[in-house]
Design a protein around this ligand. Structure first.
Ligand code: BGP
Length: 474
């Protein structure tokens, strides 16, 4: 038995656009992710540097069918229950509930879908943990308002939150306002529906969008608490501390600066105000934020209850741009850490980095943490006999769980739960591929969209089941 809480929330995590499919079913409108293609143009679209209207006609959009959890959720939830999940983190597709985002009343069919979904989880005593917006907003809000550039999207978001908080009152307690809110700075269209126009001062656009999201997040937190004081609302950060490339003070200072680019978001969400370094940064870069009269008060009075984060790897930075080998891989540019191995997609593997990040976050905020994403994207082989031997995934997760438990037992970090990413194989966010798999459950589908969608248990399925049963490593 580990020193984790008795009610520790072991589970798994997914997001609507990466697994649901049914992209126009039940009255759903188009979401931003529905126009992000697989293949050549994906990066440019995700960065907001190319318009999706300029895509070739034969572009393939993986979110349209994904793994059809929309049609298969009962089977999938039964498998999660078989593993012993205590919770399941998933997101609502905003455009399923408000197809254009502009409606004053929600789409009943969309709400009903999630109600049935949540009831199915509750049937197995699985606690639903909901991300309100996971890289996905109604496309109409982009086309008509320029997405989070506009304060009108704050109103649309609050309307959406009111509808879901009221409908799922008493059934859903854990909410996260935005998935990886800092992704806005790296992949602005994927993260927040931001498309750049000619002449845009990019930083100005991004920080205004960030401000609007932060206000929306605080208003949602306020509403959630008013509707039910038992509600717990979290922020969600793509985390992973920056290491200085060397012990040169310049490198250490550069790492501090890079960390602040990310922590800025949750500093505001957790402490309720812009940190001094952010105010100076805005000033220096001549960024003028359009603020509402009440914004500062709203931010101050409505801070989050817990800090959720994803952790895949640490990052490295040097003050000298000519030093080190550039790192391939995820959205967070950086240089290669020569001391770490890496995945097939170039994501470096650093379990101790998880413990370090947990300590940084807990020292900084003293609020409970929730690890809502962690995992290894890898190529799996389905054998003739229907088995998948994913020992590499078990090794990755085991090392990270060990580090996580050490942070709790030896450092005293307060941790609510752990939901490894992509507990069932799904579409990769960065590449749009199916072959980059994270799951305990294999889904028969390939990058081009072919496959039976049949589900198979991997070796890691029973391994994780045991971890949950033991409340940690034996
Ligand atoms: C995070 C996202 C997820 C997820 C994960 C893995 O950034 O919140 O949506 O996809 O990364 O990334 P990828 O799918 O690119 O391997």
């Amino acid at each position: 038995m580990s020193g984790l809480r008795k009610d520790f929330l072991w589970g798994g995590a997914t997001a609507a656009n990466q697994c649901e499919g049914g992209y126009l079913s039940g009255g759903k409108g188009l979401g931003t992710v529905d126009v992000i293609p697989h293949g050549t143009y994906r990066k440019a679209i995700m960065k907001g540097e190319m318009h999706y209207k300029d895509l070739p006609e034969d572009a393939y959009f993986p979110s349209h069918e994904a793994i059809d959890m929309y049609g298969n959720y009962k089977e999938d939830i039964a498998l999660f229950a078989e593993m012993g999940f205590k919770c399941y983190r998933f997101s609502f597709a905003w455009s399923r509930i408000f197809p254009t985002g502009k409606e004053l009343e929600p789409n009943e069919e969309g709400l009903k879908f999630y109600e049935d979904f949540i009831n199915e989880l509750l049937k197995y005593n699985i606690e639903p943990v909901v991300t309100i917006c996971h890289f996905d907003l109604p496309l109409t809000l982009v086309e008509e308002y320029g997405s989070w550039r506009s304060r009108k999207v704050i109103d649309a978001y609050v309307r959406y939150c009111k509808a879901i908080f009221e409908r799922f009152n008493g059934k859903v307690k854990y909410w996260m306002t935005f998935n990886e809110i800092n992704m806005l700075m790296h992949l602005p269209f994927m993260g927040a529906g931001i498309m750049f126009e000619e002449g845009d001062n990019k930083l100005q656009v991004q920080y205004q969008a960030a401000h609007n999201e932060l206000v929306a997040s605080a208003l949602a937190t306020k509403l959630a608490h008013e509707i039910n004081p038992e509600n717990k609302v979290g922020c969600m950060l793509a985390a992973g501390d920056y290491y200085p490339y060397s012990c040169k003070p310049e490198d250490v200072f550069a790492a501090l600066g890079k960390d602040r680019e990310n922590y800025f978001f949750i500093d505001v969400q957790s402490r309720g105000e812009y940190p001094c370094y952010a105010k100076k940064f805005l000033e220096k870069n001549n960024i003028q934020l359009e603020m509402g009269e009440e914004d500062e008060k709203v931010l101050k009075e409505n801070t989050v209850d817990f800090i959720a984060f994803s952790y895949y790897s640490s990052r490295v930075v040097s003050a000298d741009p000519t030093v080190g080998e550039p790192k391939q891989g995820n959205a967070f540019a950086g240089i290669k850490n020569p001391h770490l191995p890496e995945s097939e997609w170039g994501w470096q593997i650093d379990p101790l980095g998880l413990r370090i990040t947990m300590n940084t976050l807990y020292d900084r905020y003293q609020k409970p943490l929730f690890i809502v994403e962690n995992g290894l994207g890898a190529v799996d082989t389905l054998k003739e006999d229907g088995t998948i031997e994913d020992d590499y995934r078990i090794a990755y997760l085991e090392a990270h769980i060990k580090a996580m438990i050490e942070a709790v037992e030896e450092d005293g970090v307060d941790l609510l739960g752990y939901t490894p990413w992509g507990c069932i194989d799904l579409v990769s966010a960065s590449t749009g591929e199916m072959k980059k798999r994270y799951g305990f459950i294999y889904v028969d589908k390939d990058n081009a969209g072919n496959g039976t969608l049949k589900r198979y248990k991997k070796k890691s399925f029973n391994w994780y089941k045991n971890i949950i049963a033991n409340n940690g490593l034996k």
